[in-house]
Design a protein around this ligand. Sequence first.
Ligand code: HEC
Length: 100
Amino acid sequence: MTRALLALLLVACASEEPMDTAFEAPETPADVYARACSYCHADDGRGTNLGPDLRERTADMSVDDVAEVVLYGSGFMDPIRLDPEEAREVAEYVLEMVGD
Ligand code: HEC
C-alpha cells in the first residue's frame, strides 16, 4: 500500500516538472543578460578578463549588429544559445545599458 502510494507520488511529481517550466515567468532582457553575457562582459558591460568592454565595442553597432554577434558569434566570442527574439531583446538592452 505504502509502496503503491509512493509510486503514485513519484509519477505525479515527474509529470509536473515540464509544466513548472512552461509556466515560469518569462525572463526579462536583464535576466537574459545576467545569465548569458555578464559572466564575460560584467554586470555593467565594462568587460572582464573573458570579454571586452561593450561600451567601446558597441559604439558603432546597431541592435541588429549586436543580435547577430549574439546568435552567430564574432571572433573569439562563440555564439550564445538564445532564440532570435531573446537575442534582439538582449541587444536592445545592451545598447541601452552602454548608453548608445
Ligand atoms: C564566454 C564569454 C562571453 C560571453 C558569455 C559573451 N561574450 Fe560577447 N564577447 C566575448 C569575447 C571574447 C569578445 C571579443 C571577440 C573578438 O573580438 O574576437 C566578445 C565580443 C562581443 C561583442 C563585440 C563584437 C564585435 O564584433 O566587435 C558584442 C556586441 C558582444 N560580445 C555581446 C555579447 C552579448 C550581448 C552577450 C550575451 C548574450 C555576450 N556577448 C556573451 C566573450 C563573451
